[in-house]
Design a protein around this ligand. Structure first.
Ligand SMILES: [Zn+2]
Length: 316
């Protein structure tokens, strides 16, 4: 097991968060509607998750970090979601989020879209994850369902995870259409929370759908960089960027402010049912974009295997 640090988030009521987000998101979107609703059945399209909801003991885990990817990769950094579930004191946890695949399992580097119900006693894990990699044939995106080829729950290097019991319940629904500001959907939510709650960090996770428009998405190359990536510019030259089309189902993890654990404050990976997916940066169609999301505030943050040597490159 890795070194695990635990922190209790500030947990506003859902009703309070509705007011804060409704007010704040208006600065960045023309049409905003935030409310408390029953979580829709997430086993249905476009989610097709192995569980019904995002409720029950919500928590956030930040595992590893970008310093294990660059300047040069540390391939021995391999983790297992079944182990992480125990480390966050929630065996059988349902995970959503953003990470990198285990290159030991997959044989190359790729984006991981973790959607996993961890094993619980005799009950085996259900892995509904996707991976997005560069298609060696044409340099395009190759989105694969993880379980068609692989049978573990591993990941590599880093992951930002929202975890819960996967239960139905009350959640925050956020509808935001037509982007009028510079911030992407999740950065806007995070900054609104940071502004309102200041040094009382709030963490949130869940899922949202880009229902209309297109988005800027990156996928890491299959080969790790042989030369050190020391700056954001070098990192961005290494990454492959795409414009992908809606509907994209996205798994965000956000923390309003770092309480001192060297966190990645926001990280969102997405998949689709039309062969596209990867790491979400922003929409490229502000006039027509439509976001619909379901979120829960997390109770605890778990920081797992925090890098000893760190830097701020590549955290977008
Ligand atoms: Zn990513």
């Amino acid at each position: 097991m890795s070194k695990v640090e635990k922190f209790a988030f500030h947990i506003p009521s859902l009703e309070e968060l509705v007011g804060v987000l409704q007010n704040g998101l208006k600065e960045n979107f023309a049409d905003v509607h935030v409310s408390v609703v029953d979580c829709p059945d997430l086993t249905q399209e476009p989610f097709t998750f192995p569980v019904k909801g995002i409720c029950g003991k919500p928590r956030i885990a930040d595992v590893g970090g970008v310093p294990y990817l660059l300047p040069l990769v540390q391939k021995d950094k391999i983790y297992d979601l079944n182990t992480v579930a125990k480390e966050i004191q929630l065996p059988g946890a349902f995970f959503l989020g953003a990470g990198a695949v285990s290159s030991r399992t997959v044989g190359c580097n790729a984006e991981l879209v973790p959607i996993v119900q961890a094993k619980n006693g005799d009950k085996p894990a259900v892995n509904g994850s996707y991976l997005a990699k560069i298609n060696p044939e044409n340099g395009g995106c190759l989105l694969e369902k993880y379980s068609t080829k692989y049978h573990d729950c591993e990941f590599g290097l880093l992951a930002n995870l929202y975890a819960c019991e996967g239960l139905p319940g009350k959640v925050i629904e956020v509808k935001a259409n037509q982007r009028t500001g510079e911030l992407n959907f999740i950065s806007c939510m995070r900054k609104v929370l940071e502004k309102h709650y200041g040094d009382k960090p709030v963490g949130m996770g869940g899922t949202f759908v880009i229902q209309k428009g297109k988005a800027k998405i990156h996928i890491m190359p299959s080969e790790f960089s042989a030369c050190p990536l020391e700056t954001d510019e070098q990192m961005n030259n290494w990454l492959k960027f795409f414009e992908m089309k809606a509907p994209l189902t996205c798994q965000p993890v956000l923390v309003s402010r770092d309480p001192g654990f060297d966190l990645r404050l926001e990280h969102t990976h997405c998949f689709s049912h039309h062969g596209e997916g990867g790491h979400y940066h922003t929409d490229t169609t502000p006039e027509t974009v439509e976001y619909l999301g379901y979120f829960m505030p997390a109770e605890y943050l778990f920081r797992i295997d925090r890098p000893k040597e760190t830097h701020m490159v590549g955290r977008d």
